[in-house]
Design a protein around this ligand. Structure first.
Ligand code: NAP
Length: 253
């Protein structure tokens, strides 16, 4: 159990990567605070973790609303006494030709994928500074490192979240607060499945373009998510760790 006795708050824990991370952290011994807008889905996960002998608490959060994140941090601390791990995972994808991207869509993506990450870092960071340390993991994307067409809002937000990770890492190292980004490649979740179904993701092409030859599964990320949250990575901060089957390393034909 790599996270025994720790308290973790995970945004976007109702499905996909966030759900997988929360369930794995609970198995590793952490008390997990599950945050997103779909409280019905969160309650089911909370119950399942409880039945398996873990500790979980569902809290309603819209990451675009700073106060709701602040309240979730307060609730976590009231219930479990501290906050050791914050995973800013909630995110949305956005694909439009840039010349047609509306201000509303741009704003929705940036508010979720960037502002939400900043709010999460700041609210958790303040608590971690008060208690003498902690660690933050921002789930960003390979598309914060390399470009994809029609993803101006998504790529810009994720690139900014990678840089935010570095800035906070160097600022808060003195408080013993570590901040790293985990940048996945294509991972088969509802978000990706939705884009595939809209015909916007050529699965065969992606598999060919990926040196390891396949789209990732949520479980492919979990080892890295545990590592970054555990004391095994205690000398690591300000890093952007890709888990992408070699996608961003590839630059040939
Ligand atoms: P997903 O299956 O669509 O799940 C997204 C999660 O984010 C849901 O739990 C959703 O919960 C939550 N969420 C969205 N907007 C929110 C808001 N305003 N407030 C609170 N929660 C919100 O997506 P995923 O594939 O697991 O992606 C998770 C993260 O990984 C995202 O940041 C995404 O950009 C990143 N990522 C994914 C991939 C991939 O291939 N899957 C690749 C690179 C990066 P509610 O709807 O319940 O609020």
């Amino acid at each position: 159990m790599k996270l025994k006795g720790k308290v973790a708050l995970i945004t976007g824990a109702s499905k996909g990567i966030g759900k997988g991370v929360a369930e794995r952290y609970a198995l590793e011994g952490a008390a997990v605070v599950l945050a997103s807008r779909s409280t019905d889905l969160l309650s089911v996960i909370e119950e399942d973790i409880g039945k398996a002998g873990g500790l979980a608490l569902a809290v309603p959060v819209d990451v675009r609303n700073r106060e709701s994140i602040e309240q979730a941090v307060t609730t976590a601390v009231e219930k479990y006494g501290r906050l050791d791990i914050m995973v800013n995972n909630a995110g949305i994808s956005m694909a439009h030709p840039s010349e047609e991207l509306s201000v509303e869509d741009w704003t929705r993506a940036v508010e979720t994928d960037l502002y939400g990450v900043f709010y999460g870092c700041q609210c958790a960071g303040r608590q971690m500074i008060r208690q003498g340390g902690g660690c933050i993991i921002n789930i960003t994307s390979i598309y914060g490192l390399v470009a994809a067409p029609m993803r101006a809002a998504y790529c810009s937000s994720k690139a900014a979240a990678n840089m935010l990770t570095k800035v906070l890492a160097i600022e808060w190292a003195k408080y013993n607060v570590r901040i790293n980004a985990l940048a996945p490649g294509y991972i088969r979740t509802e978000l990706v499945q939705g884009v595939i179904e809209k015909g916007m993701l050529p699965v065969d092409g992606i598999q060919k373009r990926t040196p390891l030859g396949r789209i990732g599964e949520v479980k492919d990320l979990l080892g890295a998510a545990v590592y970054l949250a555990s004391d095994d990575s205690e000398f690591m901060t300000g890093a952007v760790m890709t888990v992408d089957g070699g996608w961003t390393a590839y630059g040939y034909l």
